[in-house]
Design a protein around this ligand. Structure first.
Ligand SMILES: [Zn+2]
Ligand SMILES: [Zn+2]
Length: 134
């Protein structure tokens, strides 16, 4: 009669042995080094970002009309320049910010800007984009 504990111990011993063999080690290492989870995570983050970008209009919202619509170029900008404070509030990475936008889709706090417009707005609270100049 083999008890459950005995069977468990047996299984653990087999696993231990397997891990110590070169084949097992190689397999374990491969699993550790595997980027699969990272890739899946990244994909999920990118999907959240694309969704956030869509919620915010899908193109650069700047009045200069640059219409930049590349989701991974566009930036979630804070209208009042309180991005740092906001990030502290929600303890967020860029990914967290995407999620926040999804949850607060009617937000007036952020808008979508391409990097060049973003810099302009941060510096001078207006766009000095090429398309805005005469
Ligand atoms: Zn722009
Ligand atoms: Zn602009």
């Amino acid at each position: 009669m083999v008890t459950i504990e005995q069977r468990r111990a047996q299984k653990a011993a087999v696993m231990r042995h397997w891990r110590q063999t070169s084949k097992g080690r190689a397999c374990t290492n491969r699993y550790v080094k595997s980027d699969k989870r990272k890739v899946a995570q990244l994909r999920y983050q990118q999907a959240a970002r694309v969704e956030a970008v869509e919620i915010l209009g899908g193109v650069c919202q700047c009045s200069c009309g640059c219409q930049d619509s590349r989701p991974f170029i566009l930036e979630i900008a804070h209208k009042n320049g309180d991005g740092k404070q906001h990030r502290e509030e929600i303890g967020a990475s860029a990914y967290g910010m995407s999620l926040w936008v999804k949850r607060n889709s009617l937000t007036k706090r952020v808008w979508l800007l391409c990097p060049s417009c973003h810099v302009s707005w941060d510096k001078s609270h207006q766009c000095v984009g090429i398309k805005n100049s005469p």
